[in-house]
Design a protein around this ligand. Structure first.
Ligand SMILES: *Cc1c(COP(=O)(O)O)cnc(C)c1O
Ligand code: SF4
Length: 454
């Protein structure tokens, strides 16, 4: 097995607004394109690194390159009037406060807090709100460690963009595991703990270890059976598990977790097959698999990046060949540059269906297209004809009430609609879960009207 040696190439170097003009490949861009990056990058998050630049982007065709589109701001990501507003601001001032004020004004129009993330899912213990925790689905608790709230590079479509732009200042993050531990001890229905971020794999070994230690301790009284790590590190910085100074420490810790009887799963975000093709990512996957880490894969379906059935079929097949398990295909959330990446739900379903038809059963562990919205994760099963009427058939993959799961329901067919909020019930006044959801809102935030199904 070829081992990759640590070299200058795999020493992490980040580029953002303040220094992106020093990226050698920027010489290919026109001054107008560089200015576009500045305009959009002042509103939406922007960060790339040397691995993404040198190993993933094909610079001979960068304008249409999926990873370039995924990581570099593009003029069309902002509405023309917002683009003009920011462009004019940059032309007339370099005052940071002034620029930030304009940026925040634009950001507030981009639905910065979709899917009722703020109040509804934050649990309490002994009257204390666990702000770095979300418990929406019975079995799985989401944990946002405060040291994991950034990423090795940023995706321009990311729904977590408000925290990367400094708009949210780590609102969800949590430093202590003590309260989390106590919560999990009292909530044995929670079998899964999902570390999320940002990207928890941005953490150094010593910091990450502290979050994990309580689950390895003798006196662990929680019922956590699976620890999941939501991460794009395999795509954006695979050296984390090969040549970084603490790579071996991480692998030993992962082995320790697995040996303790806990299932350790990476929920790995891959958006395009090219992310699976480098020697570095393949070596990283081999090493993780060799210590017993399970790797499950997920991504949204995005215009300009992967809105093509062949791309998905190739991606799932390559993942399985590398010993990864295809898990979710998501619909892009209704936030940030949604309109730029948007595709209609019908088209997302067709891409899923055509790709699914092209692969064998071992790849068909994947579920989608799925929308993470207030009532739950809603899967588009397809377009059907029921009682002479064209409808969408939907079902919950996850529900705020577990009883809602796996029950087909119908919405009016609409070829344009691209998010759950645009759907209307097909054969009734309300969707079957609406009254119950309003009740949940009433209990938690005292306002049934807040249940607007985002
Ligand atoms: C997707 C998601 C989970 C995990 O759900 P699984 O279907 O078990 O993968 C947990 N919590 C929230 C809020 C989620 O959106
Ligand atoms: S890696 Fe994940 S959290 Fe980070 S910017 Fe991309 S989608 Fe968002």
């Amino acid at each position: 097995m070829p081992m990759i040696e640590a070299t200058v190439e795999n020493k992490y170097r980040a580029f953002a607004l303040h220094n992106f003009r020093s990226i050698p490949q920027m010489a290919l861009l026109s001054e107008e394109q560089l200015f576009d990056i500045e305009v959009v990058g002042n509103v939406l998050p922007f960060k790339v690194n040397n691995y993404v630049l040198d190993e993933l982007i094909d610079w001979t065709n960068y304008e249409d390159d999926p990873i370039y589109r995924l990581t570099f701001p593009h003029r069309d990501m902002l509405k023309p009037e917002h683009y003009e507003l920011m462009a004019n601001t940059l032309r007339k001032t370099s005052n940071k406060m002034e620029i930030k004020q304009v940026a925040n004004k634009i950001r507030l129009t981009l639905n910065p807090h979709p899917a009722g993330q703020l109040e509804l899912n934050v649990p309490e213990i002994d009257g204390v709100k666990l702000t770095g925790v979300q418990h929406k689905y019975r079995e799985t608790v989401l944990f946002f460690p405060s040291s994991g709230q950034t990423c090795h590079s940023y995706c321009t479509f990311c729904f977590r963009w408000p925290q990367f732009t400094g708009m949210d200042e780590l609102k969800f993050a949590m430093r202590e595991t003590e309260l989390l531990q106590r919560y999990l001890e009292r909530h044995h229905e929670a079998t899964d703990l999902l570390f999320t971020g940002g990207d928890p794999m941005i953490m150094k070994y010593k910091v990450f270890r502290q979050y994990i230690e309580p689950f390895l301790a003798e006196d662990n009284q929680t019922n956590i059976q699976t620890i999941r790590i939501g991460t794009k590190s395999l795509s954006y910085w695979p050296y984390k598990f090969t040549t970084d100074p603490d790579a071996d420490d991480f692998l030993r810790l992962f082995k320790e977790i697995v040996d303790s009887g806990i299932n350790l799963a990476f929920m790995a975000h891959f958006s395009h097959p090219v992310e699976l093709e480098t020697e570095a990512v393949q070596e990283a996957i081999r090493r993780l698999r060799s210590v017993g880490v399970q790797i499950r894969t997920q991504s949204p379906v995005l215009r300009h990046i992967n809105d093509n059935a062949d791309v998905w079929a190739e991606m799932w097949r390559k993942q399985v060949n590398l010993n990864c398990i295809p898990y979710y295909m998501f619909v892009e959330r209704d936030t940030g540059a949604k309109e730029y990446f948007d595709i209609p739900l019908e088209r997302a379903w067709k891409i899923y269906r055509q790709a699914y038809q092209k692969v064998s059963g071992v790849c068909r562990t994947v579920r989608g297209p799925s929308m993470s919205c207030t009532p739950g994760k809603v899967q588009i099963l397809g377009v059907s004809e029921v009682a002479g009427k064209k409808v969408f058939t939907l079902r919950f993959i996850q529900g705020r009430n577990p009883d809602w799961v796996a029950r087909p329901f119908f919405a009016e067919y609409d070829p344009e609609v691209s998010w759950f909020t645009g759907l209307k019930p097909a054969f009734s006044e309300k969707f079957f879960f609406e009254d119950e959801l309003a009740q949940i809102y009433q209990q938690k935030v005292g306002d049934p009207e807040a249940a607007n199904f985002e």
